[in-house]
Design a protein around this ligand. Structure first.
Ligand code: ATP
Length: 154
């Protein structure tokens, strides 16, 4: 049988589909490390960590922020069932920065009723979202201002 030449990628969350596309390569944030998938990959299941997923179509790479879930890999198909996922362009930088500040403040409190593990995970999520948003052309804040200007112009 001929080897597949593409991967049908789907990224789903419990409430919506985020991506459905035919792509050339995917890198997945597995809980035991990031791994790359090319067409013809052996079938496997993997759990996901909080991290960045990218996929490539031709020369172009696209980035997503992923929070936990599972990946099913087949030779011609990758399905990501994420608890939470955002495309880089959908990340609200102001919100991620606020989440980062809140988590840092909690972690800096000397004692009290702070749930440190929860704050640490929230900090990881916010840092990962900020990192993914930086991947856009003219990344992060600069890109956000440009996109807002472009949207205002219609
Ligand atoms: P926050 O403290 O700002 O709510 P969080 O990490 O607790 O952040 P999650 O529980 O991971 O948020 O996500 C809840 C919902 O909000 C999801 O639908 C997620 O996609 C969305 N979301 C969270 N942060 C952002 C962000 N910075 N930009 C866009 N969507 C976000």
């Amino acid at each position: 049988m001929a080897l597949p030449t593409h991967i049908d990628l789907q990224v789903l969350t419990p409430d919506r589909g985020i991506i459905r596309d035919r792509v050339d390569e995917v890198e997945i944030p597995g809980s035991e490390g990031y791994f790359g998938v090319l067409p013809g990959h052996r079938p496997m299941l993997a759990s996901l960590t909080v991290g960045e997923l990218w996929y490539r179509k031709g020369e172009e790479k696209y980035y997503l922020a992923i929070t936990l879930g599972f990946a099913e890999v087949l030779p011609d198909r990758v399905t990501i069932l994420a608890r939470v996922a955002e495309r880089a362009e959908d990340i609200d930088i102001t919100r991620a920065e606020a989440a980062k500040r809140r988590a840092e403040e909690r972690l800096n409190k000397a004692q009290g009723d702070v749930d440190y593990e929860r704050a640490r995970v929230a900090l990881t999520r916010s840092l990962m979202r900020l990192q993914v948003s930086m991947r856009l052309p003219g990344g992060g804040r600069v890109g956000e201002l440009k996109r807002m200007r472009d949207a205002a112009r219609g």
